[in-house]
Design a protein around this ligand. Structure first.
Ligand code: HMG
Ligand code: MG
Length: 298
């Protein structure tokens, strides 16, 4: 059976823009976030408080949040890797943060300059202190379905990393297919591995990149398993600068089209969303990778 309502976790301003070769001006980012809020999206992952040398595209995190008109009823989560990131996020007045763990050793080194086990020493104090400050903390797990350096990833390893994040105090896990290699079958396997180990399906979100064109099929498989939070990026922007062959996220428009067809509520104004992505594509100087945006505004 399918859920009656899905929460769309919009990651375009963060996952999308972190991978642009050109740095997008802060006023364009502010307008992008404003337009997305006006289109009815209620969770907007706004930016990251990571090292500015590692992700120069998001080095303006403080300025962005200072300029942003944060609306009632909209949450603006940000990524924080470590205590320095949390300090910066707290100073900017955020209420929702996300830590991002890796399911593999190689990606933990490349993305975090850490290790599969060592990464928890970085996250655990962040999660604890964020919770003490009254923040909500999401935990990402990257490379859940395959890793460009290590190949296939065992579901038990993904579950072990995810459970450590939940035990440390994360309220939700987002299972990342960072390089877009999952299929409906591997999605079912990983979700089953979590639920069989006692994790509630309601605590799991899915985060699909569309590299191999599987993101929508994977989403449908996850919805059928009872997942009700789906990450996507307006216009299909996105990727990860530290993972080979990570291209755009599942496009929010493609997701909304699917949800509408299935009669699942989402609260988004589809036309306003398409218009926003078409506007952003013009700012970026290239067509949107979203099939739906291209069909309607291309
Ligand atoms: P490091 O170089 O090992 O950091 O980087 P360090 O702790 O050794 O500190 C070195 C210097 O950096 C120090 O300054 C720190 O203060 C400073 P110094 O004392 O030398 O002057 N520093 C910072 N400055 C500002 N903000 C900070 C910060 N932290 C340290 N937060 C670190 C370690 C984790 C910081 C680095 O590896 C990093 O920033 N990584 C982030 C990479 C990233 O953002 N990747 C993309 C997001 S993940 C993703 O896209 C996947 C996802 O979408 C899900 C999926 O698709 O699977 C979420
Ligand atoms: Mg991602």
């Amino acid at each position: 059976s399918l859920p009656s309502r899905v929460e769309i976790w919009e990651v375009g301003p963060r996952d999308g823009l972190q991978n642009e070769t050109e740095v997008v001006p802060v006023e364009v980012k502010v307008e992008f976030l404003d337009r997305l809020a006006r289109a009815g999206l209620t969770t907007l992952e706004a930016t990251s408080f990571v090292h500015p040398k590692w992700v120069p595209q998001l080095a303006d995190a403080e300025e962005l949040l200072a300029r942003l008109d944060r609306r009632d009823g909209v949450r603006y989560p940000v990524l924080v890797p470590n205590e320095r990131g949390l300090d910066r996020a707290l100073a900017a007045g955020v209420t929702h943060v996300a830590v991002f763990a890796s399911a593999t050793e190689t990606f933990a080194r490349r993305n975090l300059n850490s290790g599969l086990d060592a990464q928890f020493a970085m996250f655990e104090p962040v999660i604890a202190r964020a919770r003490e400050s009254g923040l909500d903390v999401r935990g990402y797990v990257s490379m859940c379905f395959g890793d460009p350096w290590e190949g296939a990833v065992a579901p038990e390893q993904v579950v072990a990393v995810g459970k450590r994040l939940l035990d440390a105090g994360c309220s939700q896990l987002s299972l990342g297919d960072t390089i877009g290699v999952a299929t409906a079958a591997s999605v079912e396997r990983v979700l089953d591995a979590f639920t069989e180990s006692g994790v509630a399906i309601g605590d799991l979100a899915v985060h699909f990149h569309d590299t191999y064109g599987q993101a929508l099929a994977n989403t449908l498989a996850a919805l059928r398993k009872g997942v009700t939070t789906v990450d996507s990026s307006a216009g299909g922007l996105g990727g990860c600068p530290y993972a080979e062959s990570a291209t755009g996220n599942l496009a929010t428009e493609d997701l909304v089209w699917l949800l509408d067809g299935l009669g699942i509520e989402h609260g988004v104004d589809f036309d306003a969303l398409v218009e926003t992505s078409a506007w952003m594509a013009t700012r970026l100087g290239r067509p949107s990778p979203s099939r739906v945006v291209r069909a309607l505004a291309g």
